[in-house]
Design a protein around this ligand. Sequence first.
Ligand code: PHE
Length: 337
Amino acid sequence: MIDKVKNYLSEVEKFVATKEDEIEQFRIKYLSKKGGIITDLFTDFKNVPSEEKKEFGQFLNQLKDSVSDKINFLKLSLSSTDDKISDIDLSLTAENSKLGSRHPISLTRNEITDIFTRLGFTISEGPEMEDDYHVFSALNFPPEHPARDMQDTFFIEKNPDILLRTHTSSVQVRVMENQKPPIRTISPGRVFRNEAISARAHCIFHQIEGLYIDKNVSFADLKQTLMYFAKEMFGEETKIRLRPSYFPFTEPSAEMDISCSLCGGKGCNVCKYTGWLEILGCGMVDPNVLESNGIDSTIYTGFAFGMGIERIAMLKHGIKDLRLFFENDLRFLSQFR
Ligand code: PHE
């Protein structure tokens, strides 16, 4: 008796079906209330000698389970192949993958570099990890000079000092080392300052600095260049204003404001009711800087300027919190297409 059940078990195991009614035949053969194999075996149960009853019962239950498992499995695999055939339209074009958007910092950087390349400026890049010489000494920051504190520095190694550049003026030093005037270049890049992170400051941000060295370059050239930039970037009606300032590498030095693009100079909470927004630092390259980079300051003069890209992007798009640029929240980023 037990052998009979074992034979049925292996038969069930091997059974395959490709059509609905083959499965139905299989179900009737085993499970039908009238004449089904399993029903009959249960009827035979009473004739099994009592010492075999336990083992027989176990095999019989196993057979019953494997029949219903088999039926479920076959039905499932048949229905999924049916779905595949009916639901997939192979003639449809593939679904487009969603396009990302450029980061607002990249967009603003490209907009600024486009304006200056139209004026004939080249684009130069340099390392983010620098030595003291290229970030400070070659730019007329004497050792121990308090001006070094204007840019709180992340040091990587001491003696000789290796640090993260605090401005991209270091790239301009590298340009002066490798190129003779006339030099007309802008240096976009990431800079680092040991500052507490807030809505207005971050320890990582981006700059674009410009340098123009040639014979007879004057403060008027600087002013004209920056005015052109301001009008291209913020609109034709934009006015500029230069306020005296101090940088070790320029003399004279200035900070440039633009008329508030939001209120048009009338005064609002963005410009703190002054009508002006500060956007960059600039000045005539200090003769010391020219000389320490091997450029004869009796023949050549130059101007330089530097701005933060985040600041420009914030003013241009009315962004109130600088931290948004670093969080990569898609709800913020996808607004800049
Ligand atoms: N390097 C200065 C800064 O990072 C900006 C600057 C550049 C000012 C060139 C004047 C001339 O703050």
